[in-house]
Write a protein that binds this ligand. Sequence first.
Ligand code: GCU
Length: 598
Amino acid sequence: MRRALPTVILLCAVCGWGGTLQGQSLLIPTGGRAITSLNGSWNSIVDPYENGYYDYRYEPKADGYFQNRHQSDPSDLVEYDFERSEKLAVPGDWNTQRRELLFYEGTVWYHRQFDYDLPAGRRLFLWVGAANYEALGWLNGEELGGHVGGFTPFWFEITDRVSPAGNDLVFKVDNQRKRDGVPTLNTDWWNYGGLTRDILLMEVPETFISDFTIRLDPDDPDYVLGEVRLDGDPGGQEVEVTIGDTGYGTTLPVDADGSGAFRFPAADLERWSPDDPRLYEVRVTAAGDTAMDRIGFRTVEVRGEEILLNGQPVFLKGVSMHEVSPLGDGRAFRPEDARTLLQWAKDLGCNFVRLAHYPHNRHMTRMADEMGLMIWSEIPVYWTILWENESTYELAERQLQEMIQRDRNRASVVIWSVGNETPRSPERLAFMTRLIGEARRLDSSRLVSAATEVTYEGNTLRLDDPLGRELDVIGANEYLGWYLGGPEDIPDHSWTSEFEKPLVISEFGAGARYDLHGDEGTRWSEEYQAAVYRNQLRMMDGIPFLAGTTAWILVDFRSPRRPLPNVQDFYNRKGLISERGYRKQAFGVLREYYLNRK
Ligand code: GCU
């Protein structure tokens, strides 16, 4: 019988995610910490039958691959050997590292050894940026715990388990799609499996700063407020918070469980914005521990049909993008990948990017802070999720919590999205409304949205999804000129809305293979795509409640739903840039529009 991932271990004493955000959390700051990377070449075993975990009756076995056993004498029967097995690079997906794994969905085992001589009085955490989709971890044969969800971090405390030398670290990663999963069975992106993001060791004192948040007080932005959390023995500790060399700061006590809140005046802080992405070095010190992070200060809110950044109306000139390596293949995971992708968005004239359809790696949002791009960050509640399934809801909620916990100090992130193109039903509305409530409970300083579907009535597109009542910003996907009609039909369309709220057209676009040419009526030609863009933008100029848009999509990306030979070849071709970095005509059309739009 297949073993469900041990929920109890999931909510391990260290991370405690089952409960509120007030539970434990673990911040990976940009400074102040001893961090060791475990990235590199790992041993790997491809295990489609999960033979390394289950016996012939499909019962979990004690002597699985996680024991990393070796022959103790020539008569010994051991039918696997990590050291002699093929390697996989970590971080990275397995699909694009080995041709035979391109379509592979199943289990792969990862193993590496590491030495770590932990000094007395110190603690050690193993932090995993992400593993798609289900991961289980072991250290020296002992189970650490597991995680479900391919796009958010998880961690384990290994203080009492680590040896000075020869530690065996093993992960079982399984990317099989699940009907009750988040996402579920059907997506229009490649199901890249593996240890797809950084794996780090973080050493801290016995009592340390496990988390802090800081932001402008939305009710009075001349003040800064936030929370801190100490883990260990917080009793009687004082915490100091300082903002760069501004002289602004405070000290505060923490209560018995290590948490404290602060608010202090900081009227002259420069505001973060795309034109001036000002960041400050925020330092939090307590119990001999220091956590440092580069943080921007800004406010974002809605006023009727407008979105206000630092109190001023702003039009979100955006593009959507998947987390794919800009010039390579597979998942992006390096800071340079983020810089290249975001630079392409800036070259397009953007001040905003929609990270579709799942939280991207931490380098992406940090780079957006540095480069001055506002961000829409989303959880993969995508298409037909099992709305009535409580464990599916819990999975979605936890991904939301993990996304917000990781990025709530990122000034660039202005919108949390709770999903994409989810078909209307009372069960879906209830599910999404709960998520929206949770997002607001965790973070009242940002806007909440979702990519909804419009109602087409003749030449009118109507915003009437009941979910709109719950959202701050209405996201709407439409493909006039591609899935509906041709480029020439677009300008005849107009929009109405049941909500006095800002609209972001979260997807529009058309497919084109780079360097395929024809007239504006020839599908897949660059000319057709460019014509769709020209007419979409003309239509958009007529929408009074439009506050922004994120064209679909910056770069062509792999999708198992796109097999058309010599055109798609398993790529979604709606990119403005080909997977090899070549710009299509439509790139110029959108760029010119954004450069001229105030
Ligand atoms: C959908 C969906 C995207 C998809 C796109 C397309 O709207 O949200 O994930 O890739 O349309 O069809 O190209």
